[in-house]
Structure formats: C-alpha cells, structure tokens
Design a protein around this ligand. Structure first.
Ligand SMILES: [Mg+2]
Length: 269
C-alpha cells in the first residue's frame, strides 16, 4: 500500500467514477460527518459518478440513493443495485436473484441464524436485519461488545459449512447464497447503466474501502484506496489496496475526494 500522495496527477485525472464502501470508509465511528458528506457532494457536483458499494441493507439503500448526492448504489454486498431517476421520479431495482430464489435462500439463512446465535455467545443478529432482502448479517462489533477474531472466524465457518458465502466487514459478518459479491454487481451496474466496460473501468474507476469485504474490489481495480484504518485488517487481506490515505474513515475519504477534485481543477470541499 503506497501513500495516497503517490497517486499520479495523470492517474487522478483519468478517474470519472468513485465507488466507495460506506461503513468506516465514508462514515467515522458509525456516523456520517459533514466533511465526508461534503466530499460526496463536491464530487457529485463536479461531475464524477458517485456510487456507494456497501453491505448495508436494501431499506437503507433506498434512502441513500434517493437523498444522498449519489448516482446509484450497490447494496447487501452485491445482491442488488438501485438507481433513482430524479427527473422521471422512478426507482430502478436490479436484483441478482429472483423473488422466488430469495425466498428459498431466506429459509436456509434462517437455519444459519439459529445455529450462530445458539453456538457463538456474544454474536447477535444485526440491528438492520429487518431491512435486508438477500443476506443475513451477524453483528460482532456494531451494537455488541467486540468479539475476538477467533469467534468471528467461527461465525464465518457456520456460513461456509452450510454452503453460503460469508464476508467480514468492520462490524458484521454478512452471508448469502449466490455467486455474487460487491465486484460482480458493480461491474453489472457500470456496464448496463453507465456503459462503462471493464477495460475502461480499470482506468476510470477508483474504489475506496476499509475492510476484508472490500477485497474483491481491491483485487480488481488498479486504482484502489484504503482509508488508514485498513491497517488493522491488513493481516487478513490477500489483496490490499494500491494506495492508503493518511487519515482514518471519513477524513480519509475526504482526502481522496480533495485529491480528485484538485486534479480535475474543480472547487474543493
Ligand atoms: Mg467498511
């Protein structure tokens, strides 16, 4: 991971799309700061496509894509993307699985939930589970006292033994049935909605994240950035981001935005 200051002016100028994780990348200590929100707004106003790519639930994503200065959102670790057409006042939904498949998967996830809660003391159902359509989120750090890493690994193995995928964010273990992740749905969104093919995306897209569930994105995008708190997870990452910001969380995201806006000659935050 090289310091963000080593991102060249030429590389920064080639960026047109900012994809970013939300938790602990845009937010700081669980809150959206004025600085981070201002950075999103300044990027959006300067003409960048701004697309959060998050593990957060469909219910939150509906709100975010309507009310935040963003162009689309990928949610539940790639289960779907939403896009809101502000002119026609129409919400577009694209799900990886059909409603019937999601219903079948939910029954299987309910079994995993029972096993996790019965066998791993201290783990809890995530507080935002009621607003999810495709995955199961187990809280190990958001509204419960942090669990040790070996307990987090145990949660992951319950999912994996049942044939589900599981990814660890900074707060939850998210698990699901289906061959998708943040990367596959981001690629679908870029190609289908914004007509950006993969060759183009490698130059024009930058991705910001902070934890192991961002790994497929760090691996795929040559322009990938970790906010400084990624250091705490570095030992769990096979694919690390190319660059790292000086500051943590939302302040690190604002540093990335400032660099992109400066390269474009746009007004700063
Ligand atoms: Mg995160």
């Amino acid at each position: 991971m090289r310091p963000l200051s080593e991102l060249s002016l030429e590389q920064a100028r080639s960026v047109r799309v900012v994809l970013s994780d939300i938790d602990d990348t845009i937010t700081s200590e669980g809150m959206l700061t004025a600085a981070a929100y201002g950075a999103l707004e300044a990027l959006h106003k300067a003409g960048f496509l701004v697309i959060p790519v998050t593990g957060r639930p469909a219910g939150w994503c509906d709100h975010i894509v309507r009310m935040w200065p963003v162009d689309a959102i990928v949610g539940e670790n790639g289960a779907f993307f939403f896009r809101y057409d502000r002119i026609r006042k129409k919400m577009h939904h694209h799900f990886w699985a059909s409603p019937e498949e999601r219903q079948l998967n939910r029954a299987r996830l309910d079994e995993i939930e029972k096993e996790v809660l019965a066998t791993i003391p201290g783990a809890a159902l995530a507080s935002d589970q009621a607003y999810r359509v495709a995955d199961l989120a187990i809280d190990f750090c958001e509204d419960v006292p942090p669990l040790p890493e070996r307990e987090v690994d145990k949660i992951v193995s319950v999912f994996e033994r049942a044939g589900a995928q599981a990814k660890v964010s900074s707060i939850h273990v998210n698990g699901w049935f289906g061959a998708y992740d943040k990367l596959s749905m981001a690629k679908t969104l870029l190609a289908d909605v914004f007509k950006i093919d993969w060759e183009d995306a490698k130059r024009s897209v930058i991705y910001a994240g902070d934890s192991p569930n961002d790994e497929p994105m760090f691996a795929a995008f040559p322009l990938s950035v970790g906010v400084a708190n990624i250091s705490a997870f570095a030992h769990r990452l096979k694919s690390k981001p190319a660059f790292i910001t000086p500051s943590h969380s939302g302040d690190g995201f604002a540093e990335l935005a400032a660099l992109l806006l400066r390269a474009k000659g746009a007004p700063r935050v």
